[in-house]
Design a protein around this ligand. Structure first.
Ligand code: ADP
Ligand code: MG
Length: 389
């Protein structure tokens, strides 16, 4: 079992370095446009301060190349100052004498927010020198940055190898959800896949193969599978080099008795002209950008029957109003089904929010790449290095 913050004893007065994912969208004025990621970290921050830790909080924000005043963590510190009045300080450095001084002034239960980790080159390179500097500013290390848990960086990987550590509530919850969904799935278990490309998603499908009763494939991904069935896809997005892999998956599913649903009609476009294609084949230079009405009916009736649903990838080009109906209908069906539902992936979570049903989904896995790795059944590197107890 991996150690969680609940297992940490005697942290009163200790310097605890907490790695969060505060990679929030900012406008040009430094206003936070969406604070979900900060809110998600509050249970862990609250718990550690209540235990009397001297809490040092760090995160990356955006992709700066060196110092960038538009990507300062100061707005995040201000947000936390409002949440924890009179308890939060900000230091405009990541490591070094200013940080040491600020920490020396920190009282038990207070919070020091450090500047953007990625202002230091050593962070993304996981450089031993930067790891050492981070080690020097803390007694205990806690990781709650789920969004970067699939990467090996200094502040979430290198440091965990060197310091007594634990994971926060956010990462713990994500692991629990996927563990339960895969080890004790409720049946019928319907897995829904979509998105732009099949390339990085085949492993996901392979992983759920052993557990799901039905695999629903829509979006750009569907066309590689339709091609594998010998169905013409016109100008639709298609990974020709993966058609054979798709064929293998379809054969494997058949052998295992898993139902695979592919689109049987489409909303397609060519030269700005949009039309409903009433059969699986797409001819000429038309490209499929959404599932058609018959497919919506077929997909939603399967979804409404499910007891567990896992969904990654919009079933159409949902950012475009003309092609969002399929994804909206799928999202509404997932919400209505009453099934235990998990949605993962950056665009998938946005699509569910855009459909207005986010509050009806049991678990929105907000980690982007990290969520996909969990769906693949992989162990995240940053989790692997957390101490076991
Ligand atoms: P996630 O971020 O949830 O993992 P992806 O990034 O894999 O999802 O997929 C989302 C993208 O897939 C969106 O940009 C969407 O426009 C695109 N997409 C979905 N269906 C199609 C399609 N039929 N043709 C082209 N792009 C599509
Ligand atoms: Mg995406």
């Amino acid at each position: 079992m991996k150690r969680t913050i609940r297992d940490l004893k005697d942290i009163k007065g200790k310097r605890v370095l907490l790695r969060c994912d505060f990679n929030v969208p900012l406008d040009n004025w430094g206003d936070i446009l969406n604070a979900n990621r900060i809110e998600a970290a509050l249970p862990t921050i609250t718990y550690l301060t209540q235990q009397g830790a001297k809490l040092i909080v760090c995160s990356h924000l955006g992709r700066p190349k060196g110092y960038d005043k538009f990507l300062s963590l100061f707005p995040v510190a201000v947000y936390l100052m409002k949440t924890f009045p009179n308890k939060v300080k900000f230091c405009s450095k990541v490591v070094g004498p200013e940080v040491d001084l600020a920490i020396s002034k920190l009282h038990d239960g207070e919070i020091l927010v450090l500047e953007n980790l990625r202002f230091e080159k050593g962070e993304e390179e996981n450089s031993p020198a930067f790891v050492k500097e981070l080690c020097n500013i803390c007694d205990i290390y806690v990781d709650d940055a789920f969004g970067v848990a699939h990467r090996k960086q200094a502040s979430n990987y290198g440091i965990a190898l060197k310091k007594p550590n634990a994971m926060g509530f956010l990462i713990e919850k994500e692991l629990e959800v996927f563990d339960k969904a895969f080890k004790k799935p409720a049946h019928p278990f319907v897995a829904i896949f979509g998105g732009a490309k099949v390339d990085d998603k085949l492993n996901l499908i392979n992983n759920v193969m052993g557990m799901a009763d039905t695999i629903v494939i829509g979006g750009g991904m569907a066309y590689t599978f339709l091609q594998a069935e010998g169905i013409s896809v016109g100008n639709s997005i298609c990974s020709h080099e993966l058609v054979n892999d798709a064929k293998e998956i379809l054969e494997k599913a058949k052998a295992k008795g898993i139902k695979v649903l592919l689109p049987i009609d489409h909303i397609a476009e060519a030269d700005g002209k949009v039309k409903t294609v009433r059969q699986p084949e797409i001819e000429g230079n038309f490209a499929g950008f959404d599932i058609g009405p018959k497919t919506i009916k077929m997909f939603t009736s399967e979804i409404l029957n499910a007891k567990q649903i896992m969904w990654n990838g919009p079933v159409g080009k949902y950012e475009d109003r003309r092609f969002k109906k399929g994804t909206d209908k799928v999202a509404q069906a997932v919400a209505k089904s009453g099934a235990y539902s998990i949605v993962g992936g950056g665009d998938s979570v946005s699509a569910v929010e855009a459909a207005g049903v986010a509050d009806k989904i049991n678990h929105l896995s907000t980690g982007g790449g990290a969520s996909l790795k969990l769906m693949e059944g992989k162990v995240l590197p940053a989790v692997e290095v957390i101490d076991t107890i």
